[in-house]
Design a binder for this molecule. Structure first.
Ligand code: ARG
Length: 469
């Protein structure tokens, strides 16, 4: 008998072999095994088992000696995995059975007592919640870092004008700082969604057992508290079958990735030669093998593209879950890869975007020049006609339109029109109008709450920097 079939029989015998005469087919093993990906849960699995064993011992369901042996055994297994010395086996299907079988190999009889009053169904639900919770904490830290980077740059550029766009057509001048802070606001809502998700997922399924709970007098409050959960889940069927915590996490991921993608898209536009608003650092660009002049914003493009995988992960898991009757079904084993993949893509995108934003060099002179092009201060002119000449806004809009047409015909911007030319269109216009036609006057006038006036932007940037410190 080969080593492999030995292990397979051993697996069958240890876990459920009592009822089975033969081992699974190769295809069955392959479709069934999750160890290839769920080994990522090993820390959480050990944490859960330690809490479970400690509780079992406290109640007297296992002895203190057994609990000590289990704790020492699990600690040793953690070291093995950490050091890459753990003998992962596909025959043992998943991380839970791999660790449990190894525990019994190491400590004997006591290892076989660990699975009292629990099932892999509540075990995996617990492990996965712990894993997602850890992921949330990591991502929250990364988002916060990106917000800090953006807010710091915004503070620096609070008074530097750039064109503001609607329809990607020059609309009105804004400040670069204001533009960057728009993303800080989006990211703050992303943080809020993650914090909400964390709060709702923070209930412990452990002790729900296979689906119905257990007849052992377990202390679920104790295991919940030991694992940092706020409380145990209240319905065992829900606890083993629900994955909406993962869906909520992936929805937050998809929305946040969309934000990162929009910022990345802007970076791609900004560093294109026709725009030339920013220059990316060498660290975040690549060259072309054929065109020596190229500096390609690959990191921004990839952060933009990774959104596809993240949104895909959400759709994949929604689809897995949509038809499942209560309670546990093996379908839910397919919950992990989308989440793992989304977290990897999200983490990488956040790091790339933070790196690009921290390193990029804005060409403020170029942005200022472009801010004044395209008749960007036309609204300021219309507002002046309303404020000073008391024209109704619709009429002011019409007069301004004619002035823009005149400037366009003459090939000048609005400030380049002669007063006499303006007066031919609206005789009451005075020299004063030139005071509102500059880009600086335009942004400085936008003092309404949330507007782009440099004083506003400086105050908002300072508020964010203080809040994020
Ligand atoms: N690997 C499984 C999963 O991820 C663990 C639970 C298996 N439970 C069962 N009854 N077969 O869902």
């Amino acid at each position: 008998m080969s080593d492999t079939s030995d292990r397979r029989n051993a697996a069958a015998n240890i876990q459920w072999g009592g009822r089975f005469a033969a081992g699974p087919s190769v295809v069955m093993q392959e479709i069934n095994a999750s160890i290839g990906f769920d080994r990522k849960l090993w820390r959480q699995d050990i944490r859960g088992s330690l809490a479970h064993a400690a509780m079992l011992a406290r109640i007297g369901i296992i002895t203190a000696e057994d609990e000590q042996a289990i704790a020492r055994g699990l600690e040793g297994i953690g070291q093995e995995i950490d050091a890459g010395r753990f003998p992962f086996s596909a025959e043992l299907e998943d991380i839970h059975m791999n660790i449990e079988a190894r525990l019994t190999e190491r400590i004997g009889e006591a290892g076989k007592r660990l699975h009292t009053a629990r099932s892999r169904n509540d075990q995996v639900a617990t492990d996965f919640r712990l894993w997602v919770r850890d992921a949330i904490d990591g991502i929250l830290a990364q988002i916060t870092e990106l917000m800090r980077v953006l807010a710091a740059r915004a503070a620096h550029h609070h008074a530097d004008p750039m064109p503001g766009f609607t329809h990607l057509q020059t609309a009105q001048p804004v400040t670069f700082g204001h533009h960057l802070l728009a993303y800080v606001e989006m990211l703050e809502r992303d943080r809020g969604r993650l914090a909400d998700c964390r709060k709702r997922l923070n209930e412990c399924p452990l002790g729900s057992a296979a689906l119905a709970g257990t007849s052992f007098p377990i202390d679920r409050e104790a295991t919940a508290a030991a694992l940092g959960f706020d409380r145990p889940t209240a319905n065992s069927l829900d606890a083993v079958s629900d994955r909406d915590f993962a869906l909520e996490f992936l929805s937050a991921a998809a929305i946040s990735a969309m934000h990162l993608s929009r910022l990345s898209e802007e970076i791609v536009i900004w560093c294109s030669a026709p725009f030339a608003f920013v220059r990316l650092s060498d660290a975040f660009t690549t060259g072309s093998s054929i065109m020596p002049q190229k500096r390609n914003p690959d990191a921004a493009e990839l952060a933009r593209a990774k959104t596809g995988r993240i949104t895909g992960a959400l759709v994949a898991l929604l689809t897995v879950m949509k038809g499942l009757p209560l309670a546990y079904a093996k379908d839910t084993q397919e919950d992990k890869e989308p989440v793992f993949d989304a977290v990897e893509a999200w983490t990488l995108s956040l790091a790339a975007v933070a790196g690009m934003v921290a390193d990029m060099t804005p060409d403020t002179a170029r942005m200022r020049a472009m801010a004044g092009s395209g008749f960007a201060t036309a609204t300021d002119l219309a507002d002046w006609l309303v404020r000073v000449l008391k024209l109704p806004f619709r009429e002011a809009h019409h007069v301004t339109g004619r002035l823009v047409a005149e400037a366009e015909a003459k090939g000048v911007d609005l400030a380049g029109l002669a007063l006499a030319d303006m007066q031919r269109i609206e005789p009451r216009i005075t020299q004063d109008v030139f005071g509102v036609l500059t880009v600086d006057a335009s942004v400085a006038s936008r003092t309404s709450y949330g507007g782009t006036a440099p004083a506003n932007v400086a105050a908002q940037a300072a508020r964010w920097l203080a809040a994020l410190a």
